[in-house]
Write a protein that binds this ligand. Structure first.
Ligand SMILES: C[S@@+](CC[C@H](N)C(=O)[O-])C[C@H]1O[C@@H](n2cnc3c(N)ncnc32)[C@H](O)[C@@H]1O
Length: 398
């Protein structure tokens, strides 16, 4: 049986944790041993000494403990972690068919009971895993073994970036198992895509935007589309394969655009998409001056509010972007506008959109609100797990 180090909360800090939120912040804790090492197993108790849960320590992070159990009935050991992975894989059982893809998020951190750990499958036996929790890092070999038991033979780790620094984790990227081939090629709808963990953003591909891409492709048939933050071209390519007449795909990253061209070639549609490097926040003015008009515009910018503090500026930037888009949208056109920040609630997204539309003097239907697909499950008690919000809008003609 593992032994646990006791961590005691300050008075009145337990409610959120007892309700199921797993993050224990360092400033909520009254007493913990100075020698707490990364990955130490801890038992968190309230100020009065009642059990809260068992978790793992990240002593250099603001989030000192991530809880994996509620109460003290269950031991925090390899079988618990392997069981969480197996449960997450079972949940994905029908999703490949539902979403017509073999690119799925297999582990979505808190949403799968494994705080700070994500894994994406790209094609048959390939997966990319990231661990952004010093506490969970010692369990990574267990997680990898459980993924292998689930059929993923080639597992690449990509744990890099600011979060690693905050956690005091050494950055790492490379194969953890028998190497597979890079890029990892997978299918989504009728399209084939390359995931490039070694050089791309995140794990190499934005699997979370799949349903929005499907909608954009449906709406773009016979139409001229502007994909303003195209990354590696996935939405543009799905649109062309779905019958779009003309696509302008823009991104500020040359690396992303190079990959977008590779993806377009893979699908035989390189002649049908015009890729352009640019800062969309500025390029829109030039496009408008040049008289460019589109039947549909997709806006999937990077997070516009990385903290609650950024929200007002993010809202202003988003509204400006929408206003400029409306100036380039043909009558009866559609807009798909997304935010990928959990700090940007629906009320703000819709409020900014409504104001931009009202100021344009035009009238739009809100056709759909999309959120992240089911392989990115939202934890009911952890608001941070809901981060992707997409509005699908279509103008009322005449
Ligand atoms: C959330 S990703 C878009 C993902 C894309 N919709 C997909 O389906 O793969 C946001 C993209 O915006 C790009 N980006 C960031 N700032 C930009 C800017 N100012 N202008 C244009 N693109 C930008 C990033 O390089 C990134 O590729």
């Amino acid at each position: 049986m593992p032994s646990y180090i006791r961590v005691k909360l300050k008075p009145k800090e337990e409610d959120r944790l007892l309700a199921g939120h797993p993050w224990v912040y360092a400033n909520e804790v009254d007493k913990f041993p100075k020698s707490l090492s990364p990955g130490a197993l801890v038992e968190v108790v309230t100020a009065k000494g009642s059990p809260v849960g068992r978790g793992v320590a990240s002593p250099f992070s603001k989030i000192l403990v991530r809880l994996l159990t509620r109460g003290f009935d269950r031991d925090l050991d390899e079988s618990l972690v392997a069981g969480r992975v197996a449960g997450a894989l079972r949940l994905r059982g029908g999703l490949a068919e539902k979403y017509q893809t073999n690119g799925l998020r297999l582990l979505f951190g808190e949403g799968d009971g494994l705080p700070g750990v994500i894994a994406d499958a790209f094609g048959g036996e390939n997966a990319v895993v990231s661990c952004f929790s010093a506490g969970l890092k010692p369990f990574l070999p267990v997680i990898v073994r459980a993924l292998q038991e689930g059929g993923y033979r080639h597992i690449y780790e990509k744990s890099v970036g600011e979060t690693c620094q905050k956690e005091g984790l050494a950055e790492f990227q490379g194969w953890l198992t028998e190497p597979g081939t890079l890029p990892m090629v997978f299918t989504e709808g009728k399209a084939k895509f390359r995931a490039t963990p070694e050089q791309g953003q995140k794990t190499g591909f934005y699997l979370d935007f799949r349903e929005a891409r499907r909608r954009v492709a449906e709406l773009s048939r016979g139409k001229a589309l502007l994909d303003a933050f195209c990354y590696t071209g996935a939405a543009s390519i799905r649109a062309v394969l779905g019958g779009a007449a003309d696509v302008l795909a823009m991104d500020s990253s040359q690396g992303a655009l190079d990959e977008a061209l590779e993806n377009a070639r893979l699908n035989g549609v390189e002649g049908k998409i015009h890729f352009e490097k640019g800062d969309s926040f500025h390029a829109f003015k030039e496009l408008k001056k040049g008289g460019r008009m589109f039947d549909g515009i997709l806006l999937d910018p990077p997070p516009l509010a990385k903290s609650a503090h950024d929200l007002p500026a993010g809202r202003t930037a988003f509204k400006r972007l929408l206003g400029q888009s409306l100036d380039m949208l043909n009558p009866g056109g559609f807009l798909v506008a997304a935010s990928c920040s959990h700090h940007f609630p629906w009320t703000v997204l819709e409020g900014a959109t409504r104001e931009a539309v009202e100021e344009s003097g035009r009238s739009f239907r809100l056709m759909e609100r999309l959120t992240q697909p089911q392989d990115h499950p939202i934890h009911l008690s952890i608001p941070e797990t809901e981060y992707l919000r997409v509005l699908v809008l279509m103008e009322i003609n005449g």
